[in-house]
Design a binder for this molecule. Structure first.
Ligand code: T68
Length: 831
């Protein structure tokens, strides 16, 4: 019998709207214990921390579920144009706290768990973060989908459910050793597999022409093998607005037909091998960032997730009989870099071969459905697929690309008769050094809009990377400066500062970050500054405790905390940071400066190197070597410390960034497309020392030049110096301190006297130095001296830090999303 005021037959109850459990302590405890007992199958008394964590995660999901189902139902009832964000990477970070924050459950959960004798702090540590991305590009995708949900804009994030995400970094004798990231091993409570919505994906084979029923000649693809894509859905909750969007990640599975036939033939070993082969596609995230790794498996991954995603949207999300000529009214696909660009010929194939639309009409639709974001300036980072490979793996797609190119080049020739050089430069298919498909060109030709990720980057993209394209289609090119989600990177990561801000100006800033401007007058208030300093100090001691427990570092809380966290790359110039540290060390060790004369600093690095990037790995070894020398010198106790916690990831960033005083953003001008770490630090009240590069330019303009330490060559100066012929050794010869620092490393001061250990790093800087670290060394040291002087006046420093917070509202990813919506997508929120 159903208890309650009204007796409702069971079947009718089932039809009622899904209800969240009561959002009070009792309601939570009931639901949590039910999950523990019936979902996890254990009693509270016998439950492990992992059982408790899994039950908690599932309980929290229940609170979001009704909204999620409603969002899906609403989109079916009253469809509006949605964003299809196509990204090979999503660097999500932990989910539990984000969900608690979005659903406003932290208080209830803390109290409810306490009633069960459990602590939220312990359970949250149990979560393995889904590290399905390499760095900035993947993290940006995660910030963007968070903001779209918070803005109530329908979005489906499409990507790959890698079984192994970005490798877990360990250090052995100071060298990076990669371990597999087994993020799924203890269960993955945030995902919902939907095998019934699987999509078949084909590869290889050949194409053939045939005469259709209506007498027309058509092409069909006769593939050789295929796999199945199984979707796993994740909730993307908006911040306290009742909106929950979907992230749909695809996992590869062997087809039944594929292995059954072999099984029936009696060859079990071969059948299993076939399965392994198919499932390899979503096995592992490529840990190479910035440069494409020209591997067949990578192209398979790209096509796999894009084919699943387009079919999913066009034939599952939309009704099967939807009039595809109206597709642009319902979806706009954003290409997150070139990785998903194979979606362009795939859409053409679906429209022309499968749906039998005329080519021109299909092209018109396709062009209205895609836009492309470029995330790099390094020419070697633009993907080019060898024609032979593409043709073998995706023969029909190659034909389609070839026709797109032929029509595009005919257009170029018509506009610029006789300019065959231009035709060659612009061609989607290049002839040299081998025949290859330039994915950035294909993306640009097919897209309505092409954008860079910061003002400087977008300008260089137009003028240097794609100049011919911007000449023929100036209106295609636009800028959208990156942003970061204030929910994760301020509200969640920095509860102390969030509390102080909210006390001062209310909590509207969480969804309207421009409101931080209201803090500006408080920068002039001595008591507010004192409280701001207390917050910073508390965040530093939180970090010091974490690094003691996590990595065994013993660090003082008092010194300035100077942080450089990002992927290890020559262009980002961790080596320049090292030269600064080695110089400080040398000044004291040589007696030129007394330890007591130095502004005490703790340097923190966090960086993963691509496993195949040798020079980056040598640099990691050198950072660790310098760290152990500096940290074990008793004369430097309390003066200089260097920490390099292994396995920098989103979770570590959340404790590190709020503690920082100084943010290192020191790439060679013209190389960092934007940077987003730079925004997170400034928003958390660190001052930046940085070059005139990427979004640093905009940060400095907004926070004011007095509150930013600028140094180094400007981009045009870099270009000039390059053109003249850059000779790094001339800087070494003419700067005594630089010479001493490099000589010290070369002499083995950090390698137990062994001069060979770091000879390659030294020689690379001295004779090659592609990113001009030596040219910027003196300017960098001078800027660091200005930092020291400024930090000596703590009151003035905190004034600048508060102004950084107050003036960084622009860098909310909510603003980035509004820019995409207004200038590129033209989508509307749902109420
Ligand atoms: C980064 N790119 C940019 N790439 O370097 C950074 N590449 O300036 C920018 O802020 C950020 O994108 C967001 O726009 C990357 O992170 C990759 O991770 C990557 C991954 C695979 C292949 C190539």
């Amino acid at each position: 019998p159903v208890k309650g005021p009204r007796s409702v037959p069971t079947h009718e109850r089932a039809l009622e709207a899904v209800r969240a459990p009561a959002a009070d302590v009792d309601g939570f405890v009931r639901e949590f214990l039910r999950e523990l007992n019936f979902g996890q199958g254990v009693s509270l008394a016998r439950a492990t921390v992992n059982d408790q964590y899994l039950a908690l995660a599932r309980t929290v999901r229940h609170y979001l579920m009704a909204r999620w189902l409603e969002a899906i139902a609403h989109q079916r009832r009253e469809p509006v144009k949605a964003v299809g964000y196509l990204s090979a990477e999503y660097l999500l970070g932990r989910q539990l706290d984000n969900a608690l924050l979005a659903a406003d459950l932290e208080g209830v959960v803390t109290d409810g768990l306490a009633q069960c004798g459990l602590s939220l702090d312990t359970l949250r540590e149990q979560e393995e973060e889904p590290g399905l991305g390499n760095g900035g590009l993947g993290r940006l995708a995660a910030c963007f989908i968070d903001s779209l949900a918070t803005l109530s804009v329908p979005c489906i994030g499409y990507g790959i459910r890698y079984e192994y995400g970005i490798f877990r970094q360990t250090f052995v004798d100071g060298r990076q050793v990669e371990q597999p990231d087994t993020w799924l091993a203890l269960g993955s409570p945030w995902e919902f597999p939907h095998p019934e919505s699987s999509q078949p994906v084909n590869f290889a084979g050949h194409t053939e022409t045939f005469v259709d029923d209506d007498g027309s000649e058509r092409t069909r693809w006769v593939p050789e093998w295929g796999v199945i894509g199984v979707p796993y859905n994740y909730m993307v909750p908006g911040y306290r607005n009742g909106r929950v969007n979907t992230l749909r990640l695809w996992s590869a599975q062997a087809t039944k037909a594929f292995d059954l036939s072999i099984f029936n033939g009696g060859d079990y070993v071969d059948a299993v091998r076939a399965q392994t082969f198919a499932e390899n596609i979503s096995k592992v995230l490529y840990p190479e960032d910035s440069t494409p790794q020209g591997k067949e498996l990578r192209l398979q991954q790209q096509y796999f997730f894009v084919a699943c995603s387009l079919a999913d949207f066009m034939f599952e999300v939309l009704d099967k009989d939807f009039d595809l000529t109206r597709l642009p009214e319902r979806i706009v696909f954003q290409l997150n870099d070139t990785h998903p660009v194979i979606a362009v010929p795939e859409m053409m194939r679906l429209l022309v071969d499968v749906k039998k639309l005329p080519w021109d009409q299909a092209w018109e639709i396709t062009r209205q459905c895609f836009n492309y974001t470029c995330h790099t300036l390094l020419p070697e980072a633009l993907e080019v697929w060898p024609v032979d490979l593409l043709r073998r793996l995706l023969p029909r797609h190659y034909e389609i690309i070839d026709r797109i190119n032929a029509e595009f080049l005919a257009d170029v020739r018509a506009r610029f008769p006789g300019d065959e050089m231009m035709v060659r430069r612009m061609s989607i298919i290049s002839d040299y050094p081998e025949r290859g498909v330039r994915m950035a060109h294909l993306a640009t030709v097919a897209s309505g809009r092409v954008n860079g990720v910061a003002e400087l980057h977008s300008q260089l993209l137009r003028d240097k990377v794609l100049p011919d394209f911007s000449r023929i289609w100036p209106e295609k090119f636009t800028n959208v400066t990156n942003g970061v989600t204030p929910r994760r990177f301020l509200r969640h990561a920095n509860p102390s500062l969030s509390g102080l801000i909210t006390e001062a100006i209310g909590d509207g800033w969480v969804t309207d970050l421009d409101k931080l401007q209201e803090l500006e007058p408080l920068a002039g208030d001595a008591s507010f500054r004192a409280r701001f300093r207390e917050v910073k100090r508390a965040n530093k001691s939180r970090l010091v405790n974490l690094l003691r427990e996590r990595d065994g570092y013993e660090l003082p809380v008092e010194p300035m905390l100077d942080v450089m966290v990002k992927r290890l790359h020559e262009y980002k110039r961790q080596s320049l940071k090292l030269l600064h540290i080695v110089t400080l060390y040398d000044r004291i060790a040589s007696g030129r400066v007394a330890a007591s004369q130095i502004q005490p600093r703790t340097f923190v690095f966090g960086a993963k190197a691509a496993p195949g990037y040798w020079m980056a790995k040598e640099t990691i070894h050198l950072i660790n070597a310098v760290a152990s020398t500096v940290n074990s010198d008793p004369a430097l106790e309390g003066v200089l410390h260097v920490a390099f916690p292994a396995n920098y990831n989103v979770t570590l960033a959340e404790t590190l960034i709020p503690a920082a005083d100084l943010s290192e953003q020191i790439s060679l001008a013209g190389k960092e497309a934007s940077g987003t770490g730079n925004m997170k630090f400034a928003l958390n009240g660190a001052l930046t020392i940085g070059t005139d590069d990427g979004a640093n330019v905009e940060i400095r303009r907004l926070v004011g030049e007095d509150n930013f330490f600028l140094f180094g060559l400007l981009e045009p100066e870099v270009a000039d110096l390059s053109a003249q012929g850059y000779v790094p050794s001339s800087f070494y010869e003419s700067d005594d301190e630089l010479k001493r620092a490099l000589d010290l490393i070369a002499a083995g001061a950090f390698s137990g006297g062994n001069p060979d250990t770091f000879a390659p790093v030294v020689s690379n800087l001295l004779h090659e130095d592609r990113f001009m670290a030596l040219a910027d060394y003196r300017a960098y040291l001078d800027a660091q001296a200005r930092v020291d002087a400024a930090y000596a006046d703590q009151d003035a420093w905190s004034r600048s830090a508060i102004l950084n917070v107050a003036r960084c509202g622009f860098f909310s990813s909510d603003r980035s999303m509004r820019d995409y919506i207004d200038r590129i997508w033209h989508t509307d929120p749902v109420s």
